[in-house]
Design a protein around this ligand. Structure first.
Ligand SMILES: Nc1ncnc2c1ncn2[C@@H]1O[C@H](COP(=O)(O)OP(=O)(O)O)[C@@H](O)[C@H]1O
Ligand SMILES: [Mg+2]
Length: 192
């Protein structure tokens, strides 16, 4: 029998539409995602991570799935928890922009590199929003990680296997990302 991990509200790192993300109470570098409704999103990620690891994909800019656990709140999916060099949980791109820690112009070259990385390593994504990217602060600068949405972009099993389909998924995700960034920029300007 596996130990049941106890989760409580003070461990909450963030909430999305589908899942609540908790810091693992015993393992500093893991977070635990608990689905609000069905486990569809997590299941989709798990099956795609299996595929990526079977292909020895370079996952250096991705928060990687690290296994299932049982918690007092039901089934949990563990992933790498992205932390800054000083140990604090890395902020999302949305948090960094809204708190004016970073500007969109400053981060664009890094987003460009992140996109190139996905294309080069044939990694499919869906729903890349500023809340699904972590900005890890280090003395060398900011590193970007995708923390949500690494999965087949649609129901077509061929999408993850062919470069043109993969590129289309990335292009679509980036369009959505650019749209959301533009909205954040507009809101920041209106706040003045
Ligand atoms: N690996 C991670 N490292 C740091 N923070 C994370 C990580 N995963 C999720 N979070 C935080 O939790 C929030 C919700 O998690 P997410 O996986 O995006 O849920 P959803 O699938 O519902 O959108 C994120 O927007 C972010 O603030
Ligand atoms: Mg999310």
């Amino acid at each position: 029998m596996h130990e049941i991990i106890q989760l409580s509200d003070d461990l909450i790192i963030g909430k999305g539409r589908d899942r609540v993300c908790y810091a693992h109470p015993h393992k500093k570098n893991l977070c635990i995602k608990i689905s609000i409704g069905s486990n569809k999103q997590s299941k989709r990620e798990v099956s795609y991570f299996k595929f990526l690891t079977s292909r020895h994909t370079d996952l250096s800019n991705i928060s990687i799935f690290q296994g299932n656990i049982i918690t007092n709140l039901g089934k949990g999916y563990t992933f790498d928890l992205i932390r800054d060099e000083d140990g604090s949980v890395a902020k999302t791109l949305r948090q960094c922009l809204e708190s004016k820690k970073l500007t969109i112009d400053e981060i664009q070259p890094k987003l460009h590199d992140l996109r190139e990385y996905l294309v080069k390593n044939k990694i499919c994504v869906r729903d890349i929003s500023p809340s699904n990217i972590s900005c890890q602060e280090t003395s060398q600068g900011v590193n970007l990680f995708i923390i949500d949405g690494v999965s087949n972009a649609n129901i077509n099993p061929l999408t993850i296997r062919f470069q043109s389909f993969i590129n289309a998924s990335i292009a679509k995700a980036w369009k959505g990302l650019e749209r959301k960034l533009a909205r954040i920029e507009k809101n920041l300007l209106n706040d003045h």
